[in-house]
Design a protein around this ligand. Structure first.
Ligand SMILES: C[S@@+](CC[C@H](N)C(=O)[O-])C[C@H]1O[C@@H](n2cnc3c(N)ncnc32)[C@H](O)[C@@H]1O
Length: 389
């Protein structure tokens, strides 16, 4: 007997499912709204729920009790209420009705959030200003962290008075921006770290150990003697960053690098593990994280014969968001999953995730095949599917 999920055939043998890679996975009762079918792997680390967001938010704590207070990142890309009709969903609603649903979903989300969570809401000018007021009401004004402007298109739309080329991503952290900054990840500054001396603290790179002499104390002016006996004074207008006593401690701890075979001026080893990364800017360009056209193109390459999903977000954009807001193993939620970009990014980055999408056709055509291919590229973290009748 076979069970066919969007082209993925799993053979059922005496009560067990044989997953694509051949391993046996336990069979969960089919058709039970509360229990997921296994799509890939032998566990459910990522779960697609086919159903309405409101029902899913209510049912999820029963399916996965650990979700209560466990969601570290919620990324939301709802229909913007643009007044358009897309191939896979209708985006024409009364503004008040749109806001009511948006608010009631956020209220359902609140108890699921971890204390150090963040909620990212992606919108355009149709509702973003009204949605911000709702976000302030639900999470409190003090939870507002910032608004990211994402450059979503590069071509001009001459039919309009202004050719809008950006979306808004409002970021809220219920613990407040200061507390959230301590848990969020900065961006890589692109600098290379290496470990040529096998330092047990891991890869490092070096930085000069001098600063401008403006506020120096006398203890920052002295002659440094290198391991080879070379002598150095601080350059004109500068002093050593540390006093001689502190430099000796750093040398003893192995945190000082002496260039030119031990003859050069001391440099401080800065470790990758201690680097918090760069604070992200609030404007994200298409050249860094892709745009709508690049996201659509990449989906069309994957599914050339299918009617395009109109509004996918680029995988690079979601990987950046997931990378900033979570660490491996954290739980990501998206209850307007669409073609599944948040789930694919989370899967690729080793996060647990739950994605909710009410259009079963979208799940079968895009979400499941994209996830299966992410799983096959890196078979870690099993994937499940649950249908809320
Ligand atoms: C803008 S799309 C999301 C696109 C997605 N971020 C991607 O990269 O493909 C919004 C999706 O939310 C789904 N949706 C809208 N309202 C929903 C609801 N109440 N419950 C569940 N899904 C909903 C729509 O069917 C649509 O697929």
């Amino acid at each position: 007997m076979t069970l066919d999920i969007a082209g993925l055939v799993q053979e059922r043998e005496g009560g067990d499912l044989v997953a694509p890679r051949g391993q046996l996975v336990p069979l969960l009762p089919a058709g039970h709204a509360a229990l997921p079918e296994i799509v890939c792997g032998s566990s459910v680390d990522g779960l697609v729920v086919v159903g309405e967001a409101s029902r899913a938010l209510e049912a999820l704590p029963r399916v996965r009790p650990e979700i209560m207070g466990g969601v570290k990142l919620c990324y939301l890309d709802p229909p913007y209420n643009t007044g358009e009709r897309f191939a896979y969903y209708d985006d024409r609603r009364d503004s008040d009705a749109w806001l009511n649903d948006f608010k009631s979903h956020l209220e359902g989300l609140r108890p699921l959030l971890a204390s150090d969570a963040s909620v990212w809401v992606h919108l355009d000018d149709s509702e973003q200003h009204r949605a911000r007021v709702v976000l302030d009401e639900v999470f409190g004004r003090e939870a507002f962290v910032g608004t990211i402007i994402w450059q979503k298109r590069l071509t001009r739309d001459s039919r309009k008075a202004f050719s809008s080329m950006h979306d808004y991503i409002h970021v809220y952290a219920p613990a407040g921006p200061k507390a959230w900054k301590r848990v969020r990840n900065g961006l890589s500054d692109g600098g290379a770290f290496a470990n040529p001396d096998g330092d047990p603290r891991g890869p490092w790179r070096s930085a000069p150990m001098t600063v401008q002499a403006g506020h120096a104390t006398p203890s920052q002016f002295y002659t440094v003697v290198t391991p080879t006996g070379a002598k150095h004074e601080p350059p004109a207008g500068r002093c050593w960053t540390y006093t001689e006593a502190r430099l000796k401690e750093l040398v003893a701890e192995g945190r000082v690098y002496w260039p030119r075979g031990g003859d050069g001026k001391p440099r401080l080893k800065r470790y990758q593990s201690e680097s918090g990364g760069l604070a992200p800017f609030t404007i994200w360009g298409a050249s860094e994280v892709g745009d709508t056209a690049s996201a659509k193109k990449s989906l069309l390459r994957e599914f050339p014969s299918m009617a395009a999903f109109d509004t996918p977000k680029p995988i690079e954009l979601l990987e950046r968001i997931v990378g900033i807001a979570t660490d491996p193993g954290d739980l990501v939620l998206d209850y307007y999953l669409g073609s599944g970009t948040t789930a694919v990014a989370s899967q690729r980055l080793g996060r647990s995730w739950v994605g909710v999408e009410r259009n079963a056709d979208v799940v079968e055509r895009f979400v499941v095949p994209r996830l299966v291919s992410a799983y096959r590229a890196n078979p870690a973290g099993g994937i499940g599917l649950s249908r809320l009748g």
